[in-house]
Design a protein around this ligand. Structure first.
Ligand SMILES: *Cc1c(COP(=O)(O)O)cnc(C)c1O
Length: 222
């Protein structure tokens, strides 16, 4: 068994029931994904549209591709035929474009609202108040090309575990408040290689793990 396969098995064993693993394969070649697939992994996360669209035709069709990166509206059209879940809806404008492009090809796409809870100013997403207001105003109900199924967030990239936990808890509170109103709300996507255990503690249903599975990314090779 390869190192990738051993890690996949270990993570599947460690994750509690009800928590699914999204293997973040960005910047890793199709062969590494096929290796993980061989260990039973079916959900893969990518953060660039071109990369996802290049990989999916050369890999098994029962892989479910998740888009986790910042999505530009001019790339949505290319993405919608291939994607199973978009984690990174960071504006109403983007959601409207996904809706439009999904309707054009007769699909309904599952989407997560990206929540900004981290201290970094560079992170995209809705603040909790903005998310609650957007859900409350209800315009999304007229968008038949998308289904809002939950929230995605990233904690600050810090060593302070208490801070990470506080940020995940804020996201989980927002998730629970919205879930009370929306039946389709069922996913809380949070936790990466260094903080997924805290995220699971705080109620994550999807964890997005890359480096632990595939090793360091070689950004320069692309
Ligand atoms: C790259 C990425 C991950 C995976 O991070 P690792 O530290 O490699 O586990 C998770 N979520 C998002 C949004 C990412 O861009």
């Amino acid at each position: 068994m390869s190192a990738i396969q051993e890690t996949i098995h270990r993570l599947h064993d460690e994750l509690p029931e009800g928590v699914s693993l999204v293997a973040v394969s960005k910047f890793h070649p199709a062969e590494a994904i096929a290796d993980a697939y061989g260990a039973g992994q079916r959900l893969f996360g990518e953060s660039h549209v071109q990369e996802l669209c290049a990989k999916c035709p050369v890999l098994p069709p029962d892989i479910e591709w998740h888009f986790i990166g910042h999505l530009q509206t001019n790339k949505v059209k290319q993405l919608v035929p291939h994607v199973g879940l978009i984690h990174s809806i960071d504006s109403e404008h983007l959601l409207r474009e996904v809706n439009k492009q999904a309707l054009r090809i007769g699909r309904r796409i599952d989407c997560l609202i990206q929540l900004h809870v981290a201290q970094e100013e560079t992170k995209y997403g809705f603040t909790p108040d903005e998310a609650l207001r957007f859900i409350g105003d209800g315009t999304w109900r007229e968008m038949d090309g998308v289904r809002l199924v939950g929230i995605m967030t990233m904690a600050s990239n810090v060593d302070d575990k208490a801070q990470i936990r506080r940020e995940f808890r804020t996201a989980a509170d927002t998730f629970r408040r919205i879930s009370a109103d929306i039946d389709s709300f069922r996913h809380l996507s949070m936790g990466m290689s260094h903080d997924w255990r805290i995220a699971v503690d705080e109620g994550a249903t999807l964890v997005r793990i890359g480096t632990t599975i595939f090793g360091q990314r070689q950004y320069s090779s692309l």
